[in-house]
Design a protein around this ligand. Structure first.
Ligand SMILES: Nc1ncnc2c1ncn2[C@@H]1O[C@H](COP(=O)(O)OP(=O)(O)OP(=O)(O)O)[C@@H](O)[C@H]1O
Ligand SMILES: [Mg+2]
Length: 150
């Protein structure tokens, strides 16, 4: 599906709508250039997941973990500029199999071998400075169930 988002606030609202739907494990891959809005969308998803901490870009730490509603954990990864994911690929692989972890990944091509086919992929393009076009695809039943409710 395609979703047009006209402002940063609308991006956060849409993220919160996604986050509120999440009840167990899912992998969400966010694809887009620097400044596309991947972290902004993640902040919204975190709000919808009931995360009360301030979500910051994990560019330097690669991953950040937050507690969310219903015993869920949000694990947010950013592999920007990483040539080799190294041990982080193992950590991600473990998280991907955890039933109660929601995973959001920015710049995930370096870990493409670890990403499950069943993931929600959201590609973000910027037609103008303040508008964004989201192209959302699902690769299996878990992600399709979420996409179907959006
Ligand atoms: N409709 C919109 N949705 C999201 N962000 C927007 C929108 N319009 C403008 N912006 C701005 O675009 C920037 C998006 O930054 P953000 O950190 O979310 O991008 P990113 O994709 O995570 O980049 P990076 O690859 O560097 O991590 C912010 O400065 C935000 O204010
Ligand atoms: Mg980011």
């Amino acid at each position: 599906m395609i979703k047009e988002v006209k402002s940063e606030a609308a991006m956060k609202t849409f993220g919160a709508q996604i986050g509120a739907l999440l009840k167990s494990r899912v992998v969400i891959e966010l694809v887009g250039d620097v400044g596309a809005g991947k972290t902004t969308l993640t902040k919204g998803i975190a709000t919808g997941l009931g995360v009360d901490e301030d979500v910051q870009s994990p560019s330097f730490t690669i991953s950040r973990v937050y507690s969310a509603h219903d015993g869920l954990t949000l694990a947010h990864y950013d592999f920007y500029r990483l040539q080799d994911a190294g041990i982080m690929a193992d950590e991600l692989n473990e998280a991907v199999h955890d039933l109660f972890t929601v995973i959001i990944i920015e710049w995930g091509s370096v870990v493409s071998g670890v990403l499950p086919t069943d993931r929600l992929t959201i590609q973000i393009e910027s037609p103008t400075e303040s508008s964004r076009r989201l192209t959302i695809n699902s690769g299996g039943p878990i992600s399709a169930a979420i996409e179907g409710k959006l």
